[in-house]
Design a protein around this ligand. Sequence first.
Ligand code: FES
Length: 163
Amino acid sequence: MTKVKDERSERLRQYMDECREKEHSESQLIAILHKAQEIYGYLPREVMDEIAHYMNIPTAHIWGVATFYHYFNLEPVGKYIVSVCMGTACYVKGAGKVLETLKKELGVEVGQTTEDKMFTLQEARCLGACGLAPVIMVNEKIHGDLDAERTAELIKEYRNRGG
Ligand code: FES
């Protein structure tokens, strides 16, 4: 086990210790999974096993919770998570074209990560910025009023920021 891995594991354990003092609940487990995803970037199988062991919960239950909520990633993700809003407002204003452009520019399908681990492409439902439709979110940042050209430029800008 590498040092970095040990440090991450230690941070997660500290968090679980704090949670263990409180009453066990589904929301507590979700909070732990969020913390694990914050630390590791996604939820590796062995981390879910570790949580199961430490919290004395069956791994199958953790797996069930992690797969039920779309915001948990079970595969490694890129530095930038690009979520394309496919909600109604965005859809009617050309989200399909934005998505096609992203697939072409990144060379991946929805749910995949680019080989250089820079971008992960995802679909989302309404991102709460319908006035700016069509909209994408890159990590926490919303970008609106997009068309194919602006979308391609945006990806170029993120790529130039480096990995
Ligand atoms: S439908 Fe896309 S932000 Fe609301």
